[in-house]
Design a protein around this ligand. Structure first.
Ligand SMILES: [Fe+2]
Ligand SMILES: [Fe+2]
Length: 338
C-alpha cells in the first residue's frame, strides 16, 4: 500500500472487514499492508471511535478483538461456512420530522453510508414525525411543521430515496398523536406515495431478515433508571415461541446493545437533537444508528451477530435555527448517481 487512506469511508470499509477473532494475517493479505501499516490502521479506527484492538489468542495467533460484550459468537461454525446466510441491515429511529431540532442531514449521512455498504434494507423504529400535542401549549413553538398534512408530506418529499433500498417502519408514540387527534395515520400517506417505504405496524411490527425473526418495538412511557431494565422485562414476558431472535427498540433515544435469553436486543438511538421537553426533564439523548452484520442458519438462528454503533457527537449536530430544515435537500440516489 503506497499511502494509507485516512478517510471515514476507508475506516468504515476496513472495520467491516475485521471480524472478531480474525487472524490479522488474513487482513494484511487482503489489504496488502505490513505490520507497521496495520498498527496505523488500528489507531486510525480508534480515532474514528471504533472499538478494535489486536490480541494474542490461545494458539499464539494475533487476532482482532472488537468490543466483545456486543458480539455474539453462538456457533462453532466459521462465518465462511456456506450453510450460513450473511445479512447486513441498517437501523434508525426517532427522526421526529417537523421538530425544530430534527437532523435530516444526519439521516442522509446514514443512508449514504448504507448505500456505500450495499445495504438494501433499513428499519425505522418509530416516531418518524414529531406529532401534534394539543395539550402542550408550547408544542407549536417547538415545531416548524404543524399538523398532519405538513408532517406527512415532509416525509413523502424528503425521506431519502435510494434505488434498490427499502425502508420498513413502524409508527411510534409521536406519530400516533395524529390518529388520536383526528384518526389520521401517517403510514397511510407515506406508503401510498412511497413504494420504497413499507409499514409494519403501530407500536410494534415483525419482519424476517432472511429467516431471522425480527421485531421492531416502540414502547410508550418514560425511561427506567437502567437502560436495559425495560427491554429485559419485555423479553421476559414473551413466550418462548413468540420470542424474536432480534429485538429493536425505539422511543428511548438511547443506544445500547445486549443479548438476553437468546435474543439480540438493541436500543436504537434517535436522529433528532435534544428537544426542549427532554432538556426540561433532564433526559439524555443519544444520536446515531446501527449497522448490523449477522450470519444465520437455515432455521433463522443467529450464529454470528455484530452490531456496529454509529454515534454522532455535538460537532455533527446542526443547532443553528433553520439550518437543517432550509439547507438540506432530499437524498436521492438513482442508478448510482446523486
Ligand atoms: Fe421519540
Ligand atoms: Fe416515542
Amino acid at each position: 500500500m503506497d499511502q494509507i487512506d485516512t478517510s471515514k469511508s476507508f475506516v468504515n470499509k476496513v472495520f467491516r472487514y475485521m471480524k472478531n477473532d480474525m487472524p490479522v494475517e488474513t487482513f494484511m493479505e487482503k489489504f496488502h499492508v505490513n505490520s507497521a501499516e496495520l498498527t496505523g490502521i488500528v489507531e486510525l479506527c480508534k480515532l474514528y471511535g471504533k472499538d478494535i484492538s489486536i490480541e494474542v489468542d490461545n494458539t499464539d495467533t494475533l487476532v482482532f478483538k472488537k468490543n466483545a460484550s456486543k458480539i455474539e459468537f453462538i456457533s462453532k461454525l466459521g462465518i465462511d461456512n456456506p450453510k450460513l446466510t450473511h445479512s447486513e441491515i441498517c437501523v434508525v429511529s426517532d427522526t421526529h420530522f417537523g421538530n425544530n431540532h430534527q437532523q435530516l442531514h444526519l439521516l442522509n449521512e446514514v443512508y449514504q453510508e448504507a448505500y456505500n455498504r450495499g445495504i438494501k434494507t433499513v428499519l425505522h423504529v418509530g416516531d418518524v414525525v414529531d406529532g401534534n400535542y394539543p395539550n402542550r401549549p408550547e408544542n407549536p413553538r417547538q415545531q416548524f411543521l404543524h399538523g398532519f398534512d405538513e408532517q406527512a408530506s415532509y416525509v413523502v418529499d424528503m425521506y431519502p430515496l435510494v434505488d434498490g433500498m427499502t425502508t420498513y417502519y413502524i409508527l411510534g408514540s409521536h406519530d400516533e398523536t395524529h390518529y388520536k387527534n383526528g384518526q389520521a395515520t401517517v403510514n397511510e400517506w407515506i406508503s401510498r406515495c412511497r413504494k420504497d417505504m413499507i409499514y409494519l405496524g403501530q407500536d410494534t411490527g415483525e419482519i424476517l431478515i432472511d429467516k431471522v425473526k425480527t421485531v421492531l418495538d416502540h414502547p410508550g412511557g418514560g425511561s427506567a433508571q437502567s437502560v436495559s431494565y425495560k427491554p429485559q422485562k419485555r423479553i421476559e414476558i414473551l413466550e418462548s415461541h413468540l420470542k424474536p431472535k432480534l429485538l429493536l427498540i425505539g422511543h428511548y433515544h438511547k443506544s445500547y446493545a445486549f443479548s438476553y435469553r437468546n435474543v439480540q436486543c438493541i436500543l436504537v438511538p434517535c436522529l433528532c437533537d435534544k428537544t426542549q421537553f427532554q432538556q426540561k426533564q433532564g433526559l439524555s439523548n443519544d444520536l446515531g444508528a446501527y449497522f448490523i452484520d449477522m450470519y444465520s442458519d437455515q432455521y433463522g438462528n443467529i450464529q454470528y451477530f455484530e452490531p456496529e454503533e454509529i454515534l454522532f457527537g455535538k460537532q455533527d449536530v446542526w443547532d443553528e435555527a433553520d439550518k437543517d430544515r432550509k439547507r438540506v435537500k432530499q437524498l436521492v440516489i438513482s442508478n448510482g448517481k446523486y
